[in-house]
Write a protein of this length. Structure first.
Length: 164
């Protein structure tokens, strides 16, 4: 019987740049997908959060770049808490699966391992193979900072930046 399960993950990135945010988010998302056998068709929605010091790009764009076009995505900032981890992207995937909660593999990478040391022990990772998987799944259409849309409204056409 399928149930909706939460798959959690977090990663830190080196800088507040579109490239760093998207690279880190793609890496984390790919690891979460691969470790759990997640298929887009089984995903109800995904919430992406960043620490307040990351605002150069919507991390959800990474999911679009990997071809997740039919999944509901939402971005938000984490609360500002003294002593919290800086430059961190978190992901919560709402996944319809027959797996039990204890079979879900949560992924914490780089400095984000300290958020959940009990969940940070992953088997050996072939990083080159994982990067190859990411490259094979990249959708060439969504590009950083290229998300503008022209919309006609009651006052006429306007162009504005829109989230993924």
């Amino acid at each position: 019987m399928q149930q909706c399960r939460g798959v959690r993950g977090a990663i830190t990135v080196d800088a507040n740049t579109p490239e760093a945010i998207l690279e880190g988010t793609r890496l984390l998302l790919a690891m979460m997908i691969r470790r759990n056998g997640i298929e887009e068709r089984d995903v109800a929605s995904v919430i992406f959060t960043t620490t307040p010091d990351l605002n150069a790009e919507f991390p959800a764009l990474a999911a679009r770049q990997l071809g997740w076009m039919q999944v509901a995505l939402l971005c938000s900032h984490e609360m500002t808490v003294p002593g919290a981890l800086d430059r961190c992207v978190r992901i919560l995937i709402h996944w319809n699966t027959a797996k039990s909660a204890d079979q879900i593999v949560h992924v914490y990478l780089r400095d984000a391992e300290r958020l959940r040391p009990d969940l940070s022990r992953l088997p050996a990772v072939d990083w080159d193979e994982l990067e190859g998987w990411i490259q094979a799944h990249l959708n060439p259409a969504p590009q950083p900072s290229a998300r503008t849309s022209s919309r006609s409204g009651p006052a006429g056409a306007s162009s504005r930046r829109t989230p993924p």
